[in-house]
Write a protein that binds this ligand. Structure first.
Ligand SMILES: Nc1ncnc2c1ncn2[C@@H]1O[C@H](COP(=O)(O)OP(=O)(O)OP(=O)(O)O)[C@@H](O)[C@H]1O
Length: 646
């Protein structure tokens, strides 16, 4: 099974192999990670029983120290100071203090053994990361991710350190608790009746928080990653968002993501509060209860020395051990589980393995799901019928003495340009590179605001709210996302029927791509489409959306001349205005009117008028004509004519 996990324990041995997620591998936030990691750890630990026994042997010395710390104090009081024998008292205190020395020795022994338990884990993780990186490199050349590098270096170190910390603390807790319990038992079994209930209650409460906290931690990380990804896309796509008039929708999406993050962090905080309570019950309640029960205990035969000895166990040994354990489990433990689980994540699939659309690239739901900003310029939800918003008739768009410069001191790209585009007009815009064609397209689409003058849509000043329903601007670089061909085509109009898609494919020339892919359900891998095919998909999407104003900014530049002609004729035939930034004479000639741009100087007219009166158009036509006639490889190359005076 592609994308599976290694066999149980393979991670800890560093093996590969395959294992389905199975019942224990519940999704994120369900505690599945913890269960997976624990079940993977079992065979690793079983194989190291000898090491664990040796560790335990050394740790017994720590139990002895704990035992003597309380017992020595009790004896010092009862048999020494309170009995009028201070020397005996001092002797017992010296015994309790001397117990520290073998415990220090034990620490050295523990650290020496610890390596036998920790290094194999690290070696296994590194082996696994390297083998995954290599198999990933074979499946997807050039896609050996930084994640592999991070796993080999940083993450395996985190896992090793975390695992070492966990082993040390857990071991210390177990043997300290054992020493304290034996000590309490030796002083008076009644003490256990007071001490054990809150200990068990607190421990139970703490264990009860482990799975929900792991789930909340995962929720929080997921929400955080989603917001970070969203913010990153926004930063890179402000212009596209403005193009789509999607600012409000984008703000709403940001707010939703931020609220999800807030809810996740609140939920995490609530569980953290439960954990603090567990810690208090476990560590603070036993001494408190002991003091409250002291009169009753003393009346029933407990000696004062035993009471102080018991308090020593609780405050000097148990409470710090509980605190350390819970802190380590809450911090290092959580991180360890997350890191180990990342090592068991599915390796990157081979290139021919179709992927489900990632969340951010999912096709939109009809209720207006998240819009990847990179395609936000193409739309913002299904278009509302234009007539519902605007009175019919009249020009669809109008530039009134529009001036535009890219900065306060910059030379204006457009200088007091006036232009009216009829609601059924087909206008071509031509001009040398840098003459301002794309700038004009952006102004017409409401992506850029004029520095001077005004742009109007249907007789009203441009409002970003109207953008989604009025116009589609298709740039040269077509956006196609991972998902089915149908979802890609329906993006601007989710309610579109297959019948309409078939008709569109027929007129626009998308049928070849459709038959190559097999069906509308075929998954598109954007990287496996040619630039021309991507443009066809984007054109099909725009055709189905049928906006009242369609602006093609070299959106057919990667089609061959025949395909371009077919697409443009199909668009010209449909109802609505069409503005084409043309890069071929044939494309310009099809338009009813042509706007020739030469920086701030522009001239507008029919093709015939311009051939007579516009020197730049004559130049362009003269340059393009042989290319069209020859139909050679240069036929589709756009003009790079220097500007010439009109
Ligand atoms: N974001 C920008 N910031 C500053 N200057 C810009 C920006 N975009 C375009 N320009 C400048 O504005 C002028 C017009 O650019 P524009 O892209 O509109 O021309 P164009 O006719 O579409 O060119 P091409 O045919 O090469 O796409 C150019 O001089 C360009 O360098």
């Amino acid at each position: 099974m592609k994308g599976g996990r290694g066999p149980a324990g393979a991670l800890w041995r560093g093996g590969g192999g395959a294992r389905g997620r199975g019942a224990s591998a519940a999704g994120p936030g369900s505690g599945g990670e913890l269960r997976r990691v624990v079940s993977d750890a079992r065979p690793f630990l079983r194989a190291r029983t000898g090491v664990i026994l040796r560790l335990s042997g050394w740790s017994l010395l720590e139990s002895a120290q704990t035992f003597l710390s309380g017992f020595g104090v009790a004896r010092a009081l009862d048999h020494g100071f309170l009995a009028g024998r201070p020397l005996t008292g001092l002797l017992w205190l010296a015994v309790a203090a001397a117990a520290v020395l073998p415990a220090r020795l034990a620490t050295r022994g523990v650290f020496a053994r610890l390596a036998d338990l920790v290094e194999p884990l690290r070696d296994g993780l590194v082996r696994r990361a390297v083998s995954r990186a290599l198999s990933g490199a074979i499946a997807r050349p050039g896609d050996v991710t930084t994640r592999s590098l991070s796993q080999v270096t940083h993450q395996s170190e985190i896992a090793r350190d975390g695992w070492a910390g966990l082993v040390l603390t857990l071991r210390s807790f177990v043997f300290t608790a054992a020493g304290a319990v034996v000590g309490l038992l030796a002083l008076s079994p009644a003490l256990l009746l007071i001490v054990l209930p809150p200990l068990f209650l607190g421990a139970g409460l703490f264990l009860g928080t482990l799975l929900p906290m792991a789930a909340r931690q995962r929720d929080y990380l997921t929400a955080d990653e989603a917001y970070a990804a969203h913010a990153g896309q926004l930063a890179a796509s402000v212009r596209d968002i403005a193009a789509a008039g999607a600012a409000e929708r984008t703000v709403a999406e940001s707010r939703t993501l931020a609220e999800a993050q807030l809810a996740a962090s609140r939920s995490l905080a609530r569980w953290a509060a439960v954990r603090v309570l567990a810690l208090a019950v476990c560590g603070r309640f036993p001494p408190l209860l002991l003091l409250l029960a002291a009169p009753w205990l003393l009346r029933n035969g407990l000696t004062p020395g035993a009471l102080v000895g018991a308090l020593t166990y609780l405050t000097q040994a148990l409470a710090p051990a509980v605190q350390a354990l819970m802190t380590v489990l809450a911090t290092v433990g959580g991180r360890l589980v997350v890191v180990l689980d990342r090592f068991t994540d599915a390796p990157p699939p081979p290139a021919d393995d179709p992927q489900p659309a990632p969340a951010g690239h999912a096709p939109p739901a009809s209720d207006g799901g998240p819009v990847p900003p990179s395609r936000a310029h193409e739309a913002a939800g299904p278009p509302v019928p234009a007539d519902a918003l605007f009175p019919p008739g009249g020009p669809i768009a109008e530039l009134r003495r529009v001036t535009f410069a890219y900065g306060p001191g910059a030379h204006p790209v457009l200088d007091r340009l006036s232009l009216t585009i009829g609601s059924q007009e087909h206008l071509a815009v031509v001009g040398p590179s840098g003459s301002g064609k794309s700038t004009l397209a952006a102004l017409l689409a409401g992506v850029e605001r004029p520095t001077g003058g005004e742009v109007r849509w249907r007789g009203r000043p441009v409002r970003s709210d109207d953008a989604a329903s009025l116009r589609v601007l298709l740039p040269q670089h077509a956006y196609v996302f991972s998902g089915s061909l149908r979802d890609n085509l329906r993006y601007l109009r989710p309610d579109v029927r297959d019948r309409e898609i078939a008709a569109m494919a027929d007129v626009l020339g998308l049928d070849h791509l459709l038959s190559r892919l097999g069906s509308l359900d075929a998954e598109l891998d954007p990287e496996r489409l040619s630039q021309g095919e991507r443009q066809l998909v984007a054109l099909g999407r725009a055709y189905l959306a049928a906006p009242p104003l369609l602006i093609l900014d070299e959106a057919t530049s990667r089609l061959d001349p025949a395909a371009e002609t077919r697409a443009e004729l199909a668009f010209a035939d449909r109802s609505g205005a069409l503005v084409v930034i043309a890069h071929r004479l044939s494309s310009a000639r099809r338009a009813g009117r042509i706007l020739v741009m030469d920086g701030p100087h522009t001239q507008c007219g029919t093709p015939a008028e311009l051939l007579r009166s516009c020197a730049l158009y004559q130049d362009l036509a003269g340059l393009w004509e042989p290319e069209v006639r020859e139909g050679g490889p240069s036929a589709g190359v756009r003009s790079t004519l220097p500007p010439s005076p009109v």
